[in-house]
Design a binder for this molecule. Structure first.
Ligand code: SF4
Ligand code: SF4
Length: 134
């Protein structure tokens, strides 16, 4: 379930992120990985938290659990830490606190469509584009 909207501009240093987690709520095949992300995560985390899209060109994405990223730790109600924060993909790093995508995610309760990152090679007929990431 998407979360409720959050008011206000967050701490640019990320101090509000664990209480927020809105940008980590999104549909499947949203957060894609680059080769550098693959290397940073390593085989164990890749196996647990990512999935290969077998459609060309074969992107790897973070897995979803329902309407949120599978790496989002929801074990404590109201807290949304990333279980793989140090190894999170570049897509996630792009959504900085206070950025347009962040503010939209807070307003919507989930990641929206205004994110500035776009697949390097959008595929014809694919909604391409990253709806965003976390
Ligand atoms: S939406 Fe913004 S404040 Fe919330 S977790 Fe994402 S970056 Fe942090
Ligand atoms: S991997 Fe990215 S989208 Fe998933 S919980 Fe971590 S920061 Fe959020």
């Amino acid at each position: 379930m998407p979360l409720s909207p959050v008011d206000g501009v967050p701490d640019p240093g990320g101090g509000d992120c664990v209480d927020c987690g809105r940008c980590c709520h999104h549909g499947p095949s949203t957060v894609h990985l680059l080769e550098t992300d693959d290397a940073r995560m390593g085989p164990l985390l890749l196996a647990e938290y990512t999935v290969l899209d077998h459609r060309p060109p074969g992107w790897r994405f973070v897995k979803n659990t329902g309407e949120r990223c599978a790496a989002l730790d929801v074990s404590v109600p109201g807290q949304y830490p990333c279980a793989i924060y140090a190894q999170r993909p570049e897509d996630c790093r792009i959504v900085e606190p206070g950025s347009p995508a962040c503010l939209e995610a807070r307003r919507l309760g989930h990641l929206g469509g205004s994110v500035g990152f776009v697949r390097a090679q959008p595929q014809p007929g694919e909604p391409g584009e990253r709806e965003g990431s976390a």
